[in-house]
Design a protein. Structure first.
Length: 464
């Protein structure tokens, strides 16, 4: 979705440049851009962190990360990217050092791959550094810790760069299947004509995973599943599923329609919290052949925080298209199996002429997110005329040209914010979950325990 008429930035400075995000996603994304020819020898990459490294030590680390996370990218592209990169030791709060990194000829893109609590300090430091005209700034999720902090961040950013130069990124929006949510709807009359509450009973947006904490206690234990996944990624997916058709896929039209969806979410009342939300935390169990300790026993976890590793909320939209359809958003860690999808559950047919053998389950359209695929569950005639059998049609998606982070980085460098989150959208998303956070803080929904390797709190089949 990048636009060639915009200025392509050829200088990227990554603060937090030796962290997990940089090694696992940003370097592979940049290597993919190099392999595809989107960046060349003129591209400058500076990775900044507090480690007392030199360029040689950084190069060894970066190549190892690319070997682990981007083995499918040609080794020539990986080596070219790392060979041209530089490492600098600096503190994001040091205005003099930061100014030396971000000033110079031409605009710069600054990527804050940092803990969210460092964003205010980073933005103030960049403001004092006086970035060149046309520069852009990238912030990872979550954007703030609640509505008040998000509003404060937006005010700070407004004093630094224009809104079109702010990229509040969510890599989910760059995934091929996520973009196919819109493509499947809007390019197919057969779907768009029934894409409403008259035909759709429930839409589940799910990111269940067998992964546990994976050494992320420093971040995750202060955030939890609701903020880490639901408030960020899953609400974004809901917007794409539920939005009205935009006039175009330009950043203004697309993001206007997403904000419309968030504004129609019916606020959860205090009485709704026990019945329309659920939270849990995994205890010791077995996932496959792997023994998993309780979350509270993981290194770096503070049990007193009551951090949830499972979060589920059920929302309703007060608009013409979706009145009467429920939207279930759920994410959990250490579960029995990976289930990462958007599942559209259609209403059952009103009458069946097949007698007692005519039982049928409602149709379900599933957009698989990881792995990426599209599946439609139908019902067809069985071996005899009065019987029915399930019929499943599956389409595998073509591998994308770029990984999700490659697409996001390309959009940043090209100056196309269509797949980033606008200021008002970030605030509206916090308004949706604010009643849930308040209710959970008062224990209106208990923190349930579930065994690692189970299906979640209550160990019931939540697949539907």
């Amino acid at each position: 979705m990048h636009s060639p008429e915009r200025t392509m930035i050829t200088r990227l400075v990554v603060f937090g440049g030796t962290g997990d995000l940089a090694g696992r996603y940003l370097l592979p994304g940049l290597a993919a851009l190099r392999a595809a020819g989107y960046v060349d020898d003129d591209f400058e990459l500076v990775c900044v962190d507090l480690k007392d490294w030199d360029d040689s030590r950084f190069e060894t680390w970066a190549l190892d990360q690319l070997d682990r996370h981007a083995a499918g990218i040609p080794i020539e592209a990986r080596r070219a990217l790392v060979g041209a990169a530089r490492y600098r030791r600096s503190d994001i709060g040091n205005a003099v050092e930061v100014a030396e990194l971000v000033t110079g000829e031409g605009p710069v893109a600054v990527y804050l791959a940092l803990a969210p609590n460092l964003f205010p300090v980073a933005i103030r430091t960049l403001h004092a550094a006086r970035m060149p005209a046309g520069s852009r700034i990238v912030l990872e999720k979550p954007f703030g810790e609640d509505l008040a902090t998000a509003q404060n961040l937006n005010r700070l950013l407004a004093d630094l760069v224009p809104e079109r130069a702010v990229f509040r990124v969510d890599h989910f929006l760059a995934m091929t299947t996520v973009q196919n949510l819109l493509g499947s709807r809007l390019a197919n009359r057969v779907l768009e004509s029934i894409w409403n509450s008259a035909h759709i009973a429930r839409i589940e947006i799910v990111w269940d995973e067998t992964l546990t904490l994976e050494d992320r206690a420093g971040y995750y234990d202060r955030v939890g599943a609701l903020k880490d996944m639901v408030q960020n990624h899953l609400l974004q997916l809901m917007c794409l599923v539920a939005m009205e058709p935009p006039i175009s896929l330009s950043e203004r039209d697309l993001r206007d329609r997403k904000v419309d969806v968030l504004r129609t979410v019916r606020p959860l009342a205090e009485a709704d919290i026990p019945y329309r939300t659920r939270r849990g935390r995994y205890r010791a169990g077995t996932i496959g052949t792997r023994e998993v300790p309780s979350y509270v026993d993981e290194q770096g976890v503070d049990p007193q925080r009551d951090t949830e590793t499972f979060a589920e909320i059920e929302l309703s939209l007060d608009n013409w298209r979706w009145s009467g359809t429920s939207f279930v958003l759920r994410s959990g860690k250490a579960l029995a199996e990976d289930r990462k999808e958007v599942a559209v559950h259609f209403r059952p047919v009103p009458s069946m002429p097949f007698g007692r053998d005519g039982a049928t389950r409602p149709n379900v359209l599933r957009f698989g997110l990881d792995p990426e695929c599209l599946t439609l569950a139908l019902t067809a005639a069985g071996t005899s005329a009065d019987t029915l059998e399930p019929l499943t049609m599956t389409a595998q998606m073509e591998p994308p040209e770029l990984p999700a982070y490659g697409t996001l980085l390309l959009n940043v460098l090209a100056g196309d914010p269509a797949l980033s989150i606008r200021a008002d959208e970030a605030e509206e998303a916090w308004r949706v979950v604010a009643p849930v956070l308040a209710g959970w803080a008062r224990d209106l929904a208990p923190l349930e325990n579930y065994s690692a390797g189970s299906r979640g709190p209550g160990d019931i089949d939540r697949g539907g």
